[in-house]
Every structure is written in structure tokens, then in C-alpha cells.
Design a protein around this ligand. Structure first.
Ligand SMILES: Cc1cc2nc3c(=O)[nH]c(=O)nc-3n(C[C@H](O)[C@H](O)[C@H](O)COP(=O)(O)O)c2cc1C
Ligand SMILES: C[S@@+](CC[C@H](N)C(=O)[O-])C[C@H]1O[C@@H](n2cnc3c(N)ncnc32)[C@H](O)[C@@H]1O
Length: 398
């Protein structure tokens, strides 16, 4: 044990159920008095109590409307909660079914729950457990309802072809001393503490996504833009094409920022405009049907980032491609527009003749920039073939 852990001090507090985290679930119930109006109650005092027969418990205060309903019907459904249901879960824990129809208020859908006569399941919940009450145990503040799990229904997208259940993909929510929290990364699996190292790495690989992927010039370009652009920034997409970069930039600059887009093809302008409209971002952009070599005529304010994705429009006319002379002219203007710490990101495709020329001339031009004023990065993927896209990045210094 680390010395720092050994030295930590403790303080005694009042005895309480500080057993954390707990699950937080939406329990659905209905009774014969009004079967058309089921109720939902949020429960954190819930637990697994037996495997065979499968049993789970919920503890309810007698004052809850749902307490009376479950006592009368003898059944309830435990619906697991994912991030999409989190807000509704909080709502169902602070409003009573005595006063309003919570499901209607929240626009939640019901689904018939297997093995239940009255209690329905919440449509969309990752998992629902249909429980029949076996015993009610009065404990003091709460009554414990011991339920035998009669049926389990799992949302199909959480199961694989072999029928295995992948709850790690469900985005389940935990309740942690007053806070709803998403679950973090997978740290291990049942028995991992004694697994052989090769077994451990092989099995863990299934649950760990790469934190960062060294994939291509395009990925690097987007990583750099994401790191460099902040809400409120002014930025330029010098080659809109299908509008992917323009869309990313619009989301990064937020409602108070501005993205200037350039392309010489009307179809590129239309595609970009459509993409932005669909994403609700159109108001953040000014799109020019103009060559980027007119950049300084169209944009007069300093910008935080300029991105070039050279070449031709994917899926379009390969004859309409960026040209070395106009690219160099535009890059020079972009450098003049960059604010201190601003970045210029250029993806180049040397797999075709004009692209190879662009790369050579850009490397020369950017390689000659004074190092006190600019940092320049030239990134290639030497094992991906000579035509693989390259990325050039310039950051203006103070
Ligand atoms: C996160 C959270 C956890 C809760 N856990 C419980 C619980 O375990 N038992 C309980 O009786 N009430 C619990 N409640 C409170 C009830 O959900 C709440 O009083 C609800 O309004 C009762 O609804 P009803 O009157 O329609 O049954 C919890 C509330 C929240 C927000
Ligand atoms: C590889 S595409 C850009 C892809 C785009 N960034 C995207 O995310 O979909 C290159 C684009 O540059 C455009 N282009 C060619 N010459 C140009 C110029 N002088 N000024 C601005 N855009 C130009 C082409 O029409 C083409 O749409």
C-alpha cells in the first residue's frame, strides 16, 4: 500500500446508508383501480437478493403512491436507466403519481411487460425485470418489497448474434450520494485479478476504445482544429467541398463565432449549405462561391484557424481540383490573417500530379517561414504509400 494511502485520516459520521453507488431504476406499476394509468417511481434502494429463483428488492416508503399500487397488484417492473432516461428518472422521483400522469408528462411510451397482468415496462429502457411480489417486509421508514423476477427483457441492440448481453454498451446511470453519474471505462472483468497477462489484454481489448487514433492526415487535421478552435472564434474553411470541415468548424465556434467558407463549385456550396441547415448551424457561416485566392478581399478580420483540404470534390468532377499557384496565393493570405496562436491546417494529396506539385511547393514555402514567427509541422504516413495524404500545420507564434 502506498504511504500516502496509509496516512489518510478518517472521521466518524452519523450511521446512514452511505452504500454507494447504487443503481437508480424506474419502477413501473399499475393497479386494477385505474389500469389505464400506470405509474412510475424512481428507486435507488434496490438490490439483487437471490440467484435461484432470481429475486430483486425495492424499498418504498408507505407514503408513496406506488406503494399502494404495488401492494394491491402484487407486481412491479424494474426498468434500468440509461443516460437518455436520466432526466425522466429524476422527474419521477420528485413528482407523485397521485398528482399527475408522469409518463404522459414526460412523453414516455409503455410496452407490455412479459408475465405481468397490469404493470407495463418503459419503452426504450435498456432492460426490464418483471417482478412478482413474494413478501413485504416493514423495516421502519421503508417497506422492502421482495420480488421474484419472472421475466427479463433486454433491448435487442444490447445483444450480439450469440445472445450475449452487452450492458457495457447501455450507458447505464449510477446514483452516487445525490448525483446521477455515467459509468466510466471498464477496469477489469470477473476474475481479472488472477487472469494471465495475455488473457487479460486480449479480453480487455474488446472494451477499450483507442483514446486517440493515428489514422490519417484528415484525422490529424480534425484533431488539431478541435484543439485549437474555441467558441466565439472566427475561422475559414478554404475548400468547402462536401462541407464536413465547415460543419465541424461551425460546431466548434458556437453561436457567437463565424465560419467563412470558400469553394469555386456551386454544387459544393449547395452541399455545404444543406449539411449546415440539417445540423441547425447555417447561421454561423458565411459561404462564398469564390476561389480561396480571394480570401483577403472577402475576410478582413483576424482568424483563429484556416483549413485547406486540397484536391477535388469527392464524388465530383476530378478535373476541378485545387491548383498550386492559387493554393500558394491563398496560403500566403491565410498566414496574414492568422491571429497569434492561430493555426493553418492543410491536407494535401500527392497521389496525383497536381497534388504532388502542391505538396512540394508548400513544403518549400512553409519550410522557409521564420521559426520565430511560425512553428511548422509536416506529417506523412511513410508506410501508407507515396500517394497517402499528408498534413501540414502552421501555428503563428505570438
Ligand atoms: C434518485 C432518487 C431515488 C429515490 N429512491 C427512492 C427509494 O428507494 N424509495 C422510495 O420510497 N423513494 C425513493 N425516491 C423518492 C420517490 O421516487 C418519490 O417520492 C416519488 O415522487 C414517489 O412517487 P409516487 O408517489 O408516484 O410513488 C427516490 C427519488 C429519487 C430522485
Ligand atoms: C477535397 S475537396 C474539400 C473537401 C471538404 N473539405 C469536405 O470536408 O468535404 C476540395 C475542394 O476544393 C475546391 N476548390 C478547388 N479550387 C478551389 C479554389 N481556388 N478555391 C476554393 N476551393 C477550391 C473544389 O471545388 C473541392 O470542392
Amino acid at each position: 500500500m502506498e504511504a500516502s494511502v496509509r496516512e489518510k485520516a478518517y472521521r466518524r459520521v452519523e450511521p446512514a446508508t452511505l452504500l454507494n453507488p447504487t443503481p437508480v431504476v424506474l419502477v413501473s406499476c399499475a393497479d386494477s383501480a385505474d389500469p389505464g394509468r400506470p405509474n412510475l417511481v424512481t428507486v435507488a434502494w434496490t438490490g439483487t437478493v437471490n440467484s435461484d429463483p432470481p429475486m430483486a428488492s425495492i424499498s418504498l416508503r408507505p407514503s408513496r403512491h406506488s406503494h399502494g399500487m404495488i401492494s394491491a397488484s402484487g407486481e412491479f417492473v424494474i426498468n434500468l436507466v440509461d443516460e437518455a432516461l436520466c432526466r425522466a428518472t429524476d422527474f419521477c422521483g420528485v413528482r407523485s403519481g397521485r398528482d399527475l400522469d408522469k409518463a404522459r408528462e414526460l412523453n414516455l411510451g409503455w410496452r407490455k411487460a412479459e408475465e405481468m397482468a397490469l404493470a407495463p415496462a418503459v419503452q426504450g429502457a435498456p432492460v426490464s425485470l418483471s417482478c412478482r411480489v413474494r413478501q413485504i417486509l416493514p423495516l421502519g421508514s421503508h417497506d422492502l418489497f421482495l420480488g421474484e423476477v419472472r421475466a427479463v427483457e433486454v433491448r435487442e441492440d444490447l445483444m450480439d448474434d450469440r445472445g450475449a448481453i452487452h450492458l457495457e454498451k447501455a450507458g447505464l446511470v449510477a446514483y452516487n450520494h445525490g448525483l446521477y453519474q455515467a459509468l466510466g471505462p471498464v477496469l477489469g472483468f470477473f476474475g481479472y485479478s488472477v487472469a494471465r497477462p495475455e488473457v487479460f489484454s486480449r479480453r480487455m481489448a474488446a472494451w477499450t476504445a483507442p483514446r486517440w487514433e493515428l489514422k490519417s492526415a484528415r484525422f490529424l487535421a480534425r484533431d488539431i482544429l478541435t484543439a485549437a478552435v474555441r467558441p466565439g472564434d472566427r475561422v475559414i474553411d478554404a475548400t468547402m467541398g462536401n462541407g464536413h470541415d465547415t460543419e465541424l468548424l461551425c460546431s466548434l465556434v458556437g453561436p457567437g463565432g463565424r465560419v467563412y467558407g470558400f469553394d469555386v463549385q456551386p454544387s459544393a456550396l449547395e452541399k455545404t449549405r444543406g449539411r449546415l441547415a440539417e445540423a441547425g448551424l447555417a447561421e454561423r457561416a458565411t459561404l462564398f462561391l469564390a476561389g480561396h485566392e480571394q480570401m483577403k478581399e472577402r475576410v478582413s478580420e483576424p482568424v483563429q484557424a484556416v483549413v485547406f483540404n486540397l484536391g477535388w470534390l469527392p464524388g465530383g468532377d476530378h478535373g476541378i481540383t485545387t491548383r498550386t499557384e492559387t493554393t500558394l496565393a491563398a496560403v500566403r493570405q491565410a498566414l496574414e490573417l492568422l491571429s497569434p496562436w492561430g493555426v493553418l491546417v492543410i491536407c494535401v494529396y500527392p497521389g496525383h500530379a497536381e497534388g504532388a506539385r502542391e505538396l512540394q511547393r508548400l513544403e518549400e514555402a512553409l519550410g522557409a517561414l521564420p521559426p520565430r514567427a511560425y512553428n511548422v509541422l509536416f506529417q506523412r504516413f511513410p508506410n501508407a504509400g507515396s500517394g497517402a495524404p499528408a498534413c501540414l500545420v502552421v501555428q503563428r507564434q505570438r
